[in-house]
Write a protein that binds this ligand. Sequence first.
Ligand SMILES: Cc1cc2nc3c(=O)[nH]c(=O)nc-3n(C[C@H](O)[C@H](O)[C@H](O)COP(=O)(O)O)c2cc1C
Length: 191
Amino acid sequence: MPEIATLESLEQIMVRQRAVRTFTDQPADDALVERLIDAATRAPSAKNVQLLRFIVVRDRALKQQISRLFEQSSEVVPGGPTPWEEVPVLIFVVSDDPFGASPTGALALAGSVYPGIQNLLLAAQAAGLGSVLTTSRGKLKEPEIKKMLNLPDDFQIHAVLPIGYPAVKLGKNKRKPVGEVAFRDRFGEAW
Ligand SMILES: Cc1cc2nc3c(=O)[nH]c(=O)nc-3n(C[C@H](O)[C@H](O)[C@H](O)COP(=O)(O)O)c2cc1C
């Protein structure tokens, strides 16, 4: 059945989506980057506000400036993390906040940001590209970086997504089995 074939393709993509932190120097062209952003725009958002904006950084001098601000990931990865200035494309995911600073507003904001990011990451995986959702929130909140990106005052940076072709093959992701996370009818009752 075609529906099952589609689900299987999507499952293949989801199970192989990994946090990719090392990249080759092969460029990712703008047409492809545009498709990733289009994928992100397809995600739902609270009240359909469609608040996400994407700053695609390729400029080497700018990447160097950004790189100086970011600490390298402390995670041990084969070959070590690719220096930020060497990553082919950095996508900054930004938005204003139409929901306000209440707890409900904060939930609506986060809930309107991450589905789009996940769509983009899945599309990247499907295209043979890799990325990692990077929040490093302290760094991303620094006024210096907002200034570098010409970000309006009422905008905030939610994440930066390094985009490139993976330098190493990471294999399938390891996640808890469904039997451990799903219950039947009531919490604690085995699936
Ligand atoms: C909300 C969120 C924030 C994250 N922030 C960072 C980050 O700042 N730096 C980083 O290297 N990885 C970051 N990650 C990536 C996670 O560490 C990664 O997705 C997780 O370890 C699973 O990796 P795997 O898919 O390769 O198994 C973040 C992931 C999420 C969902």
